[in-house]
Design a protein around this ligand. Sequence first.
Ligand code: MV4
Length: 546
Amino acid sequence: MTVLNRRRGDAKTPPDGQPNRRSLRKVLVANRGEIALRIVRACRELGIRSVAVYSDADVHAPHVREADEAVNIGPAPAAESYLRGDHLIAVALEVGADSIHPGYGFLAEREWFARAVRDAGLVWIGPPAEAIAAMGSKTAARTLAIAAGTPVVPGTTEPLRDTAEALKLATEFGFPVLLKAAAGGGGKGMRIVREASEVESALASAQREARNAFGDDAVYIEKYIEGPRHVEIQVLADSHGNCVSLGERECSIQRRHQKMIEESPSMAVTPELRERMGAAAVAAAKAAGYVNAGTCEFLLDAEGNFYFLEMNTRIQVEHPVTELVMGVDLVQWQLRIAAGEALTFTTSPEPRGWAIECRITSEDPANGFLPSTGRIDYLHLPSGPGVRWDGGIENGSVVGLSYDPMLAKLIVFAHTRELAITRMERALRELVIVGVETSREFHLRVMADEDYRAGRVDIQWLEQRLPKLLAQRPPAETVAAAAIAAALLADRDQRGRARTGGSLSNGQAAGANGKGVGARAGADGASGERSSSWSELARREALRNG
Ligand code: MV4
């Protein structure tokens, strides 16, 4: 294509020898939702222009409004919009962007995209394509880690040839073993094997699943580690050879390989262990020629042994907990590193205080975490001391099924873990989302759980605990709030304004402090007349149902 208005960054080196950060002038943000907004905000703080892209489903999305410019990139399905790398590069060149930030998901860890961005003369705000490729193959990543002296789970670095070889190795490592897809991630193509008789069928099904999911049936074998925690180490590496670790994140609270709650630091990590895990992560990153922000995932067993699993070559969803306890803006650093700046610190900071993140998703925990859709009819965000909201929704946002159900992240920061939990409970109570089911109530129950409060968690904890968590009766306030939500929507429907579609039936478990909704409705409504009758209706409805 013909490239018009193409502007390159000056990339001048000022007298102090530091490349000028203004060598990034305009960033195309190749993502949506909360992370797109997070990147737009970092750009604004650094004086860099931002260009949002949006599908037809995201015309009114906050990231579109907050960016300096925005370009429509096609229909709602990601395959026809956010995943069209060739088109995104063409758009970047057309609008005179000098760089692309991929966020997480979508194209963030596609080697070919990182390469194509670079080949188009644009700056890729992420690690080199070669590092993405090296870490993309789990067996190649293991080979790198071993060479770097980073501990890995006992196992192979070559794909299994056949059942006989698998049997021989399983016997050598001892059952149980885990078969894993070399191209894997997210648990696909993974099989636990507890005895010799299961090896043949487990290998066949792991290979079949790997071929279907990744177009590559290579499967390797590891000793299965029982009941570990998932602890990951954040690293930042610049293009001048500096690489630092930024402490750990405890990510054990997950369901079906989807993290739900993360925190930093981890209860299970002592300063001495942090230093060793940090050094191991930095060694693995250096072996991969890593530059920019990245994360090494480890399993940490009950005896304090840690094993490298894989490296995520992107900014991660849960990066804010690290930002809060380390006092480092990771997304700003991604931009500054891509602009050629050197890190201004070369030793790891000590974590200060405690941070917890809850992922607010449009899923219904009471209904098998079924994705919920609808219009956000009412949104009230928590605030006050130590509260951060990284969100991609607002009043009126329509939540569909085209994208990931994560709507936002609620992150809190406090002096101690106990105070952080209390603060998270307080913030979750302030949060009101009416129109779609969300994970809010689920998070409140975890915060109240005695195992969670004691820090007694591992990667199996949540799935084992779910029946107990879900069996609880909803607190009275939730029932009252559901009544209020129903009343608010009924009132609006009655007035024939802002038709709410299917959200009336959806609004049921929208919950929060019932009194609060009623009181706030008065301040939020467009006219005094309407809002006073809202709160009146809501109050009567709550009294009737309570
Ligand atoms: C393991 C493991 C136990 N032993 N490897 C899951 C996805 C992929 N990232 C690696 N995974 C695991 N690898 C050995 N040798 C347990 C898991 C695992 C897991 C890891 C991290 C977070 C959640 C998990 C849930 C189930 C299994």
